[in-house]
Design a protein. Structure first.
Length: 363
């Protein structure tokens, strides 16, 4: 069996990455990032292209030195330690398999570089190939395997060296949608079984929510918010996070008043109420965050809201509704035929107070 060492933590202290571009001058890719990855945790760096997530991963791996700050693994300062001395396994986006080597040769490569005895290498490779569901594939070449199978080879090569840290750079982006769902489950199951501290990079919010213990949402080289998928979804700290984790309606509003534990909001002439905790003073401009599935619609001859579009998707209906001069996205799950409201239908909009979150207007 693959030996499990005690899980280790990763600590980033004020880590930055500044690069020089001939045309654009100085580019700050990562800005003073502080981050602690707990031992045995799977933490995902999530964000759009250019947010700094891959650069951060490369600095943890040792492929790029920080311009400032420190990186510690298991309490050891590895900021200037070469990648091959950091005890990490890395799974690349394009798999990076050697096309001229068999699957056995690809997986064995790291062990051969470490000068393991041949018998131990053979035993370890057979074991890890069985672990990733590729027993009996050792003599095949990479081009004889499907994309999902090649991904499993890349994963086997990363874990066969028994790393203390496992790093993934968008590992599923080259797979089709159905296979991505299957592979992310396999990665999560294997990580939990081996208890390897893991940092995972993706731009796919659903992928991040499905596999992560915690997610660090990155924006502009900084961590915009760190937390569990549930916390980020239910309590986003900014309009950016609300829009990046799941779907969200962001409505312009003004705080009308707070009394008896209830806050009243003016949304372009329409009134919403919510719990008063954390609501700023009357007159403050805010953004209202409401998830599409929290909104209820009902036909109404007198309502000011109007259905603009309707998409029937089998298990749900997605609506676009004009409300208070703004567009609301609404999702109705398990719809019945008589519930469907066609474009042009006048509707009332009901938003439960507990479903409303506020973020700063300038976001």
């Amino acid at each position: 069996m693959i030996e499990r060492s005690e899980p280790v933590g990763i600590l980033l202290q004020a880590v930055s990455a500044v690069m020089q571009d001939r045309n654009r001058g100085e580019i700050v890719a990562v800005r003073n990032v502080d981050l602690e990855v707990e031992p045995g945790e799977l933490l995902t760096l999530l964000g759009p292209s250019g947010c700094g997530k891959t650069t951060t991963l490369r600095m943890i791996a040792g492929f790029q030195e920080p311009s400032g700050g420190r990186i510690l693994i298991a309490g050891r300062d590895v900021t200037h330690v070469p990648a091959n001395q950091r005890d990490i396994g890395f799974v690349f986006q394009n798999y990076a398999l050697f096309p001229h080597l068999t699957i056995y040769g690809n997986v064995a490569y790291g062990l051969e570089a470490r000068r393991w005895p041949s018998a131990d290498i053979s035993r370890a490779v057979d074991e890890v190939l069985e672990l990733v569901g590729l027993a009996g594939f050792g003599e095949r070449l990479p081009n004889e395997l499907s994309g999902g199978q090649q991904q499993r080879v890349a994963l086997a090569r990363a874990i066969v060296i028994r790393p203390r840290v496992l790093l993934f750079d968008e590992p599923l982006s080259n797979l089709d949608a159905k296979l991505r769902i299957s592979m992310r489950g396999e990665i999560r199951e294997l990580q939990q079984r081996l208890k390897i501290t893991t940092v995972y990079v993706t731009h796919d919010q659903e992928e991040a929510m499905a596999i992560s213990d915690r997610i660090a949402v990155m924006e502009g080289g900084r961590i915009a918010q760190l937390g569990t998928a549930q916390a980020l979804y239910r309590r986003p700290a900014s309009a950016f996070v609300a829009g990046f984790i799941g779907r969200a309606n962001l409505l312009r509003a003004t705080v009308r008043g707070v009394a008896d534990g209830v806050a009243t909001l003016d949304v372009q002439g329409e009134t919403l109420t919510m719990p008063a905790d954390g609501v700023p003073a009357a007159g403050s401009a805010v953004r209202v965050v409401v998830r599409p599935e929290s909104i209820a619609l009902a036909r109404s001859n007198t309502a000011a809201a109007v259905v603009q579009s309707c998409s029937w998707l089998g298990d749900k209906i997605e609506y676009e509704v004009t409300f208070a001069g703004q567009t609301l996205n609404v999702v109705c799950f398990a719809p019945t035929e008589h519930e469907t409201m066609s474009p042009g239908t006048a509707v009332s909009v009901a938003i439960p107070p507990a479903a409303i979150r506020l973020v700063a207007a300038e976001d």
